[in-house]
Design a protein around this ligand. Structure first.
Ligand SMILES: C[S@@+](CC[C@H](N)C(=O)[O-])C[C@H]1O[C@@H](n2cnc3c(N)ncnc32)[C@H](O)[C@@H]1O
Length: 176
């Protein structure tokens, strides 16, 4: 009985800290919404389309790279793949996943707000965004990417840029 009196508060503290941690992770996925899309992982069918649309590129970027699954996919067929991710939990998770998959050599995850970065070094960009950021992102990509760059958008299309291909909720663009 005396043991229970000592052990119960310790168990409750551990459970409380665990629940707080889970809540923080859930909340952090939503807190990024003023800067871009909340974390929603890309569906398998869309990942397959991204893989077919971005191949044999030198420098590929996943804008808002989440848990790194798209970065890992793209690493198979492209030279170097980077991910920019604002959420520190997802940065940590994706770096761990990519390291375990043996992909640290050709991939890199940066903890960055992509609005503050110049994207001119990439010849292919992939993004799973949200409706209210698409017009601003369209302008940014068209002003910073080199001629001939490929852009794949999942979930939402750009309002003015004409896609060269569309399959379901995935649009392929080429910068002239
Ligand atoms: C819809 S999820 C897509 C995740 C991943 N690309 C995928 O397809 O599975 C959007 C991601 O963008 C990140 N994000 C939102 N705004 C951002 C910003 N301004 N800079 C960097 N990452 C951002 C979110 O944290 C989230 O992980």
């Amino acid at each position: 009985m005396t043991n229970v009196i000592y052990i119960l508060p310790i168990i409750l503290i551990f459970v409380g800290v665990g629940l707080l941690f889970v809540l923080m992770i859930r909340l952090s996925a939503l807190l990024v919404m003023p800067w871009g899309a909340p974390y929603v992982p890309c569906k398998e069918e869309n990942r397959e389309l991204i893989r077919t649309m971005i191949r044999e590129k030198k420098r590929v970027l996943d804008l808002g790279s989440g848990d790194g699954r798209v970065v890992a996919d793209l690493a198979a067929e492209n030279e170097t793949v980077h991910g920019y991710e604002i959420n520190p939990f997802l940065v940590w998770k994706s770096r761990t996943t990519l390291r375990k998959a043996g992909l640290s050599g050709k991939t890199r995850i940066f903890r960055r707000n992509f609005w503050n970065c110049d994207l001119g070094e990439y010849d292919a960009v992939c993004v799973y965004g949200i409706s209210y950021m698409m017009e601003r992102l369209e302008k940014k990509l068209l002003s910073e990417l080199p001629a001939g760059a490929t852009v794949v958008s999942v979930g939402f299309r750009f309002p003015n840029w004409q896609p060269v291909r569309n399959e379901g909720a995935v649009w392929l663009y080429e910068k002239g």
